[in-house]
Design a binder for this molecule. Structure first.
Ligand SMILES: [Ca+2]
Ligand SMILES: [Ca+2]
Ligand SMILES: [Zn+2]
Length: 318
């Protein structure tokens, strides 16, 4: 698939448009026609997801890189989450009707720079990234945005000089070696790879590699045009808290399992106001952090997404 980082930075927008259009029907059919063998069902996503990242979700400019999850996989996750929530309730942990889990999440940032120091982002840039996360999860970018109830607190920064890790190679071992905190802790590894970011879902099942990997140049003030306001991290943390893409499931009534995000047939590129890719009610949620729009277009999570993240938090991370 060999898109080089320089291609990613210089030709991102045009390529994304082409890739999104080219792959959209594939992605839709993957979700709409589940195969009994999930490996087959997810073949379309395979080349987009690095090995060892089953259940991971990625955002990149090369393609829509949907999560490798069939409609059946999604159903299984919903059922399991429901059971875990019921268990927590019997253990006395529940969130009152209409309220949210409202947690403060410790954040460990791992700067995986090259041997020569490429990707050595400053503490100030990391602080700015945390502040973008807080602004986004507090609903401060739009009057239509939900306050999700989640707050992020920088708990530590560590720095490694390693060309392999910098390029996201041996990611399972480097994550296991460097990860900090419990399932409630957000680990962010800053690397240089073909993606903007990749996340593990709450239900991914391997606590040693739990967290998000984000392209170091997507941080606020970074060098990736249209994706350098720090909102890639917001998108990946949305996955980490159990959100799907707004285009998950395509033009279906359940689509991303969130009722107040209108169905969308494929990822959005740029910021096409009024885009309406499904005949189902509502225009496409192009301003939602879980679409693929430009950072400057992103401005909201919804109430339904907040509810889902709160449930996921209680089920898997609290
Ligand atoms: Ca929806
Ligand atoms: Ca519609
Ligand atoms: Zn994504």
């Amino acid at each position: 698939m060999g898109r080089t980082p320089s291609t990613l930075r210089t030709a991102g927008a045009t390529t994304l448009a082409a890739a999104a259009l080219a792959l959209a029907p594939l992605a839709t059919s993957t979700a709409a026609s589940p195969s009994p063998d999930s490996a087959n069902a997810t073949a379309a996503a395979e080349c987009l997801t690095p090995p060892g990242n089953q259940n991971a979700a990625a955002k990149g400019t090369r393609a829509p890189d949907h999560e490798p999850m069939s409609a059946e996989d999604v159903d299984r996750v919903e059922a399991r989450t429901g059971k875990l929530l019921a268990q927590k309730r019997t253990q006395g942990y529940f969130v009152p009707q209409g309220a949210l889990a409202s947690a403060t999440i410790p954040v460990y940032v791992h700067v995986m720079m090259s041997a020569s120091g490429a990707g050595d982002v400053s503490n100030a840039q990391i602080a700015e990234q945390i502040s973008v996360l807080n602004k986004n999860f507090d609903g401060k970018e739009s009057p239509h945005a939900a306050d999700t109830g989640f707050t992020f607190r920088l708990a530590g920064i560590d720095r490694f000089r390693n060309d392999e890790w910098h390029k996201d190679r041996h990611s399972t071992s480097y994550r296991a070696l460097t990860r900090k905190g419990g399932m409630n802790a957000l680990n962010i590894w800053l690397v240089d790879f073909d993606y903007l970011g990749i996340a593990t879902f709450p239900w991914s099942g391997n606590p040693f590699i739990d967290g998000v990997r984000v392209h170091w140049n997507s941080l606020p003030g970074g060098g990736i045009a249209n994706y350098n306001l720090g909102e890639t991290a917001t998108h990946e943390v949305g996955h980490w808290l159990g959100l799907y893409h707004t285009f998950q499931g395509g033009c279906t009534t359940k689509n991303d399992q969130v009722a107040d995000t209108p169905a969308q047939s494929s990822p959005t590129n740029g910021c096409p106001e009024g885009r309406d890719s499904c005949t189902l009610p509502g225009i496409d949620p192009i301003h939602n952090y879980m679409d693929y729009s430009f950072d400057s277009c992103y401005n909201q999570f919804t109430d339904g997404q907040s509810r889902r993240m709160s449930d996921m938090w209680v089920a898997y991370r609290a």
